[in-house]
Design a protein around this ligand. Sequence first.
Ligand SMILES: Cc1cc2nc3c(=O)[nH]c(=O)nc-3n(C[C@H](O)[C@H](O)[C@H](O)COP(=O)(O)OP(=O)(O)OC[C@H]3O[C@@H](n4cnc5c(N)ncnc54)[C@H](O)[C@@H]3O)c2cc1C
Length: 469
Amino acid sequence: MKRSIVIIGAGISGLSAAFRLNKLRTQAGIELDITVIEKADYLGGTIRTEYRGGFVIEAGPDCFFTEKPYAGILVNEMGISDRLIGTNNKNQGTYVLWHNKLHKLPEGVVLMIPTRFTPFATSTLFSLPGKIRMGMELFIPKRSDGIDESLSEFTVRRFGREALDRIAEPLVAGVHAGDPETMSVKSSFPRFVDMEQKYGSLIRGMINARRAKKKHIPVKNLSMFMTMKKGLKEIVDTLRQQSRGVNFKTCVRAATIEHSGNAYRVILSDGGRIGADGIIIATPAYAAANIISSMSKDLSDLLLSIPYVSTATVSLAYNKRGFTHPLKGFGFVVPRKEKRHIMAATWTSSKFSYRSPEDTVLIRCFLGGAANQDMVFKHDKEIIGLVRSDLKDIMGISVEPVLALVYRWDRAMPQYTIGHEPRVKTIEQMTAGLGNIQLCGSAYHGIGISDCINSGNTAAQNVLKAIYE
Ligand SMILES: Cc1cc2nc3c(=O)[nH]c(=O)nc-3n(C[C@H](O)[C@H](O)[C@H](O)COP(=O)(O)OP(=O)(O)OC[C@H]3O[C@@H](n4cnc5c(N)ncnc54)[C@H](O)[C@@H]3O)c2cc1C
């Protein structure tokens, strides 16, 4: 009997699930209909690359982190690893704005963990007492009560206040757009909690991990951040192309699910209905809550309790002529205490090749997040004006940009607040009670692209197993 699986949401999580299901059905010679429902008019969700006048503009994420292997493995599996690019080594370096001046983040610092002595000891970013306090991390006893600490408590306990204010908070804001006071360290950075338990010190743990790090991703010229020559859209487009036979429906929303026994029906916003033996919901948690509310109000409420923040990116391009800043580095992050509009800026044309025409440069600013939600919803003109005024103060850029683009991401970043882990466990138990429905995506086990790919793979395997076992 031919079976049917519906995937709701075509961000990287849903697309990975569709690709994996398609592979599994081909390998097993199973007759299976796979349908992907996407409310937007494009695939990729938060991954969105635009091509304008020779510029490659990333509206959402601009790279994936190779600390987790899943994105690299997928790229390799799809046969497009020759398209991968790493960061430009000659421009290495990230800066932190502190007291209105850009200080280089010492080489070897991973989030708040220093791993190399000399660059750290000579850094202008920290005071001498701050450096001594951070170094004392080696001797701080590990916590053994298993409490879910906030990132802020964890960082201050192990490394002191300067480490939080000057690096952990701004670097985390630049990735999670989150508030370290409420973020669960266990859910957002489980590796750090594991390192504390295993090595008694994050510095010791990180040095060990670095030594042990073999190139676990089958990719040439591996760097910590990687992307594709023409942007992350290449991954999205290839997933689509290599999911032959999968039925993609865009511009239509999954409204709700009806079920009777093991048979489900996905009801669409255009009145359409699709029968399914299994469903993967790869939307943000609040959208999953709406879809599932007719089946379980309690589950829906729990899904709604995962908070989200909104962010925006602003890409600004300039002619090199008249542009005086050397852009020697990957960009900078801005601690909250500096009271600026932007959280971070990437010097895109320095960080990655193939991003801008020869005689131009490209900068991308990140704003909004837990501390500055209102910024996201101002008019484009106002946002661009505020961003330009920050860049003028910080980098001395006063020339007119040749291109200025604003992209808003309304509630696109889930926040793993304290209690996230047990919350997700309960969500998964309750979902299992609904039969063959799987949740995947950035809301649950990691917001990075690699985590999302992994969650899509797992959901695909689970939904298929439930039908055929
Ligand atoms: C500005 C920004 C920068 C980022 N930078 C990075 C980075 O550099 N590196 C990194 O690894 N990660 C980064 N992230 C995080 C990462 O991009 C996301 O966590 C990841 O792409 C989320 O993928 P997803 O498929 O889980 O969700 P989404 O991309 O949100 O996809 C969910 C999809 O579901 C659809 N949908 C919702 N409701 C319905 C419905 N009822 N019916 C049908 N479809 C529906 C949506 O339209 C969307 O397409 C960034 C995120 C943002 C916002």
